[in-house]
Ligand binder design. Structure first.
Ligand SMILES: Cc1cc2nc3c(=O)[nH]c(=O)nc-3n(C[C@H](O)[C@H](O)[C@H](O)COP(=O)(O)OP(=O)(O)OC[C@H]3O[C@@H](n4cnc5c(N)ncnc54)[C@H](O)[C@@H]3O)c2cc1C
Ligand code: FES
Length: 264
């Protein structure tokens, strides 16, 4: 996990919006300073409009960087995300970032990167794929959802999918898909898992990787306020190096953590 260097707070405009799935949109914004230094795993904290409703910014993973433009992939779950998903080109927003740490793609301890995601947890994976490809790594996406319409695979290469109801891809959850995938690979191949998704999925994945001694980084979520370590709104309890529970600010020390910190 890599720390972030410089942070910018930009007033900008939405340059494009696209539907990516049911209740999910990709929102593009011109943010040159953020685009220049962002790394996969980083997030931005967005004030979705100029009014005080909602008052606080909302955190979103950086989905993609295209020149001066950054994209976020947003699932509508409440007031701010509904406003973002319903926004149009030219609307003004404030974007703070890049925030948080990044996935460790340069750790040198793997032959193949396995990008495991569930639901809106697929949001950071396109940017991560692009970084891995540029660094010459082999990678495969394992993408899970409850049903076919939850799979957000648009733009991704080398993708296997799993659905709980069997409507597309493997019939089962994405951790079972990972188990099957690994069984089909040579045991000499060193894999590293990069994951994002709902907490129960990440818990199961952390356990799975611990039992098999597979290197694994997870991107976690919590409720956030400031995004920069001031409000203490994002405190989470995780294991420290001695296996004891310890509180940490997810916006500052995360959102990417080693999976050993997330096992019970
Ligand atoms: C580091 C980070 C990266 C994120 N990346 C993305 C992303 O790329 N795309 C995306 O769609 N969402 C992402 N989220 C979640 C997103 O920030 C929340 O969905 C959003 O803040 C909800 O705002 P709202 O006003 O629409 O909903 P609210 O009205 O505030 O809440 C609606 C419901 O969502 C729950 N909720 C609110 N915030 C969170 C949260 N942070 N985690 C879990 N549940 C929450 C509330 O408890 C409530 O049940 C990320 C969160 C974090 C911490
Ligand atoms: S969100 Fe404010 S301290 Fe982390």
């Amino acid at each position: 996990m890599l720390p972030t260097s410089s942070i910018s707070d930009l007033r900008t405009q939405i340059s494009e919006t696209r539907q990516a799935g049911s209740g999910v949109s990709i929102i593009s914004m011109v943010c040159p300073e953020i685009a220049a230094t962002a790394r996969p795993g980083n997030f931005v904290n967005i004030k979705v409009n100029a009014s005080d409703q909602p008052l606080l910014r909302r955190p979103f993973c950086i989905h993609n960087v295209r020149g001066d433009i950054i994209d976020v992939m947003v699932k509508s779950v409440g007031r701010a995300t509904a406003q973002l998903c319903g926004s149009t080109c030219g609307e003004s927003i404030m974007v703070l970032g890049p925030l948080g740490n990044a996935f460790g793609t340069d750790t040198g301890d793997f032959d193949t990167a396995l990008l495991v995601s569930g639901g809106i947890g697929t949001a950071p994976m396109l940017f991560l794929e692009k970084r891995l490809a540029a660094e010459g790594h082999h990678f495969r996406h394992l993408v899970g959802g409850r049903t076919r319409s939850d799979l957000l695979t648009r733009g991704l290469s080398n993708c296997s999918t799993a659905t709980d109801d069997g409507s597309e891809g493997f019939h089962g959850n994405v951790v079972e898909l990972l188990r099957n995938h690994l069984a089909s690979r040579p045991s000499s191949e060193r894999s590293k898992v990069f994951a994002c998704g709902p907490n129960p999925m990440l818990k199961a994945l952390a356990r799975f990787c611990k039992e098999r001694d597979i290197s694994c980084e997870l991107s976690l979520e919590s409720i956030m306020g400031c995004g920069v370590g001031i409000c203490y709104g994002c405190m989470v309890e995780l294991n420290n190096a001695n296996g004891e529970k310890e509180s940490m600010l997810l916006c500052r020390e995360g959102p990417v953590i080693d999976s050993s910190r997330f096992t019970s």
